[in-house]
Design a protein. Sequence first.
Lengths: 378, 378
Amino acid sequence: MEMETFKFICTPEIVLGNGSLSSLGEKIKKFHGTRVFVVMDKTLSDVKNEVKKTLDKEKISYFIYDEIVSEPTTDSGNHAGRLAKEEKCDIVCGIGGGSSMDTAKAVSILITNDGKVEDYQGMEKVPKPGVPKIMVPTTAGTGSEVTFTAVFIREKEKTKGGINSKYLYPECAILDPGLTVSLPQGPTAFTGIDAFCHAIESYISKKSNFFTEAISEKAMELIWENLPIVYNKPGDIKARSNMLYGSFLAGIGLVNAGVTAVHSLSYPLGGLFGIAHGTGNALLLPYVLKAEISEIKNKLSKTGTKITGRKCGAESFIHELKKFEKGLKIPEKLSELSIPQNTIEQIAEGAMKIAVPLENNPRTFTKQDIIKIYQKAY
Amino acid sequence: MEMETFKFICTPEIVLGNGSLSSLGEKIKKFHGTRVFVVMDKTLSDVKNEVKKTLDKEKISYFIYDEIVSEPTTDSGNHAGRLAKEEKCDIVCGIGGGSSMDTAKAVSILITNDGKVEDYQGMEKVPKPGVPKIMVPTTAGTGSEVTFTAVFIREKEKTKGGINSKYLYPECAILDPGLTVSLPQGPTAFTGIDAFCHAIESYISKKSNFFTEAISEKAMELIWENLPIVYNKPGDIKARSNMLYGSFLAGIGLVNAGVTAVHSLSYPLGGLFGIAHGTGNALLLPYVLKAEISEIKNKLSKTGTKITGRKCGAESFIHELKKFEKGLKIPEKLSELSIPQNTIEQIAEGAMKIAVPLENNPRTFTKQDIIKIYQKAY
């Protein structure tokens, strides 16, 4: 047992409960915001009215930016940042899935720094803190309401890159399950499994410890129990709540213990072929776990037993996981995503460049190992 | 589901690992300490040498105060505080069980404030922040390395009272399992069950939520699995480690969700009859759970199933808990502790005054309810 110093990081303020979006105005006031730049999905028109109501009530002026598309590009991030600067906003709010929240986080630091998104992609490249950021996830989810990352596609190079900076940690997360009930089945499934990936990857990460494991285990349990419920009964508020909690905890696991190889392998699918982050992760998860099963046997069997409620070896847990994903209509093969088979080597090269998750991985994967995983998943 | 705002509190820096006491000097330097007031148990003479070594290495001057007795009084707290002031210490370190750590926490604020322990007993009565505090538990434990409480007996009034202040939160905890291997069987058992009480009480507390539940559940699991091991094999470093982790997490549960009626009922046993805090909690736990079983049925059955590894109703979990405590030779009846039966009403009056834990309790207990619990436990 080595000596290790550990600092636990967590979004400092969390608001829970159905209808809690109504506290947004108050929270903005608490953070001394006077004009808020709200980034949200175009589709959320009911939510927009709710937002206006809570802001008007507290007499906070606003600029609502609802041009968010899935998997945002550096150009779209820069555009939002320029607007927020022109509009002299002193606080930002991201309402939506990862795309809206990531954009809001980037806007926060683009307001106070002079560069562009591209200048800050990488690790700790942001010189100055941004304005405060309040996150309201409407999917459960990407965990962006707790993480220090904002991901943007560089269109020219067809790669995805994250701004990773301590200045991106949100100050406040509002977890309102009512905002997630209208999420269609597809995104409910793949964002839910994305959160499950954060939970299980942080759980098996080399950087995990007793504290992060407590969080990751609870996240897995909540998601495993509630994702099938919300998939089949979208209006179940209690299950939607539990999914937001699970996704939030999975994000805390991710922040404190990191993610692992699944994320490295999934990243280039987004950059090269526009595959949604959650779909890529979900599809690859069982194949990656299988490829490192000897390193994670005990952990998988322990968690499998806990979340399935019956004695479960590592192999049979992966089997259960495949069944679980099938029930959510997650694609099982890369070939279903119209990815040409002859690009696998190129994809693997992209994956090798996503180095940090590979370093956290319980098993060291070579490029050959990664190619094999893609081939099995094809 | 009500709306609720929640701030998660956690000791910001945690050092883990066998031998990690050797990092004490470095940590003190990090907190800009130049002269440290070390509070420790007299019995820890080997540890004292280790402490001197790490402080000498970093050229930090020190005053070692090792006059700590179990269940410290306000007089002893004031004595230590005066000494630390005279010795011009600018940082404190508590090494030991709850008594040493609580004293160190009190000394921290007595250095910077003018009053005495008695002036600050109660809620948030401390005017100014203290000097930094580093905690090194040698029992697993009281959770004092994470909590904002320092408990002292007022000898005249024969009552126990806590200083509860945001200024008592420790800045750093060093969790070194090697320091706990020499703890005798008795204290290993009752401090371990004390930690279990923190875990289960915070779990069933009205103030619990998805986040604190994750922490409390893991704490219960770690303690349930490892306490019998360390009781029977005191030198098992891995199990001792897990006990420190369990106790730490239980403390985090306590800080964020509070404790409940068990603590209210146990407090006066300490004040009136000098019963060790852990023993009182341990003895009363199953009786209190039984008295509120209808309110906590689901939670007990869920956690019972998880930690015993087999389907377990609430009743049968309490039964398992009694067996578990019996295996640790925890006294089963108040009559074994030479408490006169005719003092029960007086004890119950004392318990009613420990109001906050009673407010957190899932069931509202009247004085009559509490008398009944003591009688069943007699």
